[in-house]
Ligand binder design. Structure first.
Ligand SMILES: NC(=O)c1ccc[n+]([C@@H]2O[C@H](COP(=O)([O-])OP(=O)(O)OC[C@H]3O[C@@H](n4cnc5c(N)ncnc54)[C@H](OP(=O)(O)O)[C@@H]3O)[C@@H](O)[C@H]2O)c1
Length: 328
């Protein structure tokens, strides 16, 4: 199999995690990088042995040796960068959230489908081995019928209102940065979008949601109770409650390496080890490589419909908490 060559846009924090994960993907190489500063991109290139630093995004897109582009800019820049890549015929893996709202999502997905170019949101947690174990237990009826899901993802970021986490111009706030993980987990487990959502948030001084809680109601009376925060550390636990027991994803649900199954009395029945081969990004990366090599436009695991349903739910939650970004 030919080596799959990746290009990166936005050589910041998470691009480094992506570059590190490629060390455990035997048939992949980081080939090229583009950043707004050639100096910063050069530092990144030297750190990871990247062959080419491109002076413009168009040069990166035109690089015939690049098989796909990973976009790791702040959320607010995802749409513009991804659209240019798709228009140039380059497959895209774009960091979560794919874009800031569902309207942008539709535009991007239509562009990918019209041109027949692969596009996937980097919802990497969906590809972790632990999720396979949870799915197996859900489908085998190990906890009976799923009734309720609880998930929490909050951390305390430093007070830096100009940074991407708290800055409304960069689509900051807890919901889009970390709330998307519990939301995506609930959607995955429930297998549909909720009939109703009720959200409350604390909007901080910088004008974005510093913490947020939402209850979602799904068909059959099933509920998801979710919270997220960027100025408060929370447990990062996820529990799926059924009529005959419950499942916990440990030690934190978004980077889970163990799944625990409890019976209806709360006694531990089984603990499954699901170690990561690398830092966890390798599974989504391998899915993208498999899909691109097979000539697919989307992944069935994190499909365009999944991304769009999540974006529509995020829009509704933001509508309820009254958060609109200045550029919307
Ligand atoms: N999957 C995960 O676990 C995970 C974790 C953290 C973050 N993320 C996602 O990854 C993305 C980036 O987060 P990060 O923490 O890596 O941010 P970051 O460290 O600030 O890196 C983003 C990079 O994008 C470039 N950039 C900054 N502003 C830009 C703009 N307005 N337009 C174009 N490029 C810009 C910058 O590089 P240059 O200035 O050199 O161009 C910067 O280094 C976000 O969408 C975030 O949600 C995902």
């Amino acid at each position: 199999m030919d080596t799959f060559c990746w290009g990166v846009v936005g050589p910041g924090n998470i691009a480094r995690k992506f570059a590190n994960c490629l060390k455990v993907v035997s048939d992949a190489r980081l080939q090229a990088v583009y950043g707004r500063s050639e100096e910063r991109a050069g530092v990144f290139a030297r750190e990871f042995g990247v062959a080419r630093v491109h002076a413009s995004i168009d040069d990166l897109i035109a690089d015939s040796e690049v098989d796909a582009i990973y976009i790791a800019t702040p959320h607010s820049a995802h749409k513009e960068v991804a659209l240019r890549c798709l228009e140039g015929g380059k497959p895209v893996l774009c960091e979560k959230p794919l874009v800031v709202n569902a309207a942008q999502g539709r535009e991007l997905i239509e562009a990918a489908q019209a041109r027949g170019v692969f596009l996937m949101e980097g919802m990497w947690t969906r590809f972790l081995p632990v999720m396979g174990q949870v799915r197996t237990w859900l489908e085998s009826g190990a906890i009976g019928e799923l009734r309720m899901l609880k998930a929490s993802f909050g951390f305390r970021a430093a007070w830096k209102p100009e940074g991407r986490l708290l800055n409304p111009d960069l689509a900051g706030g807890a919901l889009l940065d970390v709330g998307i993980y519990p939301v995506a987990l609930a959607q995955w487990a429930m297998g549909e979008s909720p009939a109703q959502a009720k959200a409350l948030a604390s909007i901080g001084e910088s004008g974005v949601d510093e913490q947020l809680a939402v209850v979602l109601s799904y068909s059959g009376g099933r509920l998801a109770v979710l919270d997220c925060a960027v100025r408060t550390k929370t447990t990062h636990l996820a529990t799926l409650y059924g009529t005959e027991g419950y499942i916990e994803i440990q030690p934190s649900f978004w980077t889970g390496t163990q799944a625990a199954l409890y019976d209806g009395k709360g006694d531990l029945v089984e603990k499954a080890d699901c170690p990561l081969r690398g830092n966890g990004f390798e599974y989504e990366v391998e899915e993208v490589m498999r899909c691109v090599r097979a000539g697919q436009v989307e992944s069935s695991v994190m499909s365009h419909a999944h991304t769009l349903a999540n974006l529509e739910l995020l829009d509704e939650i933001r509508r309820q908490i009254g958060l609109r970004y200045p550029f919307e």
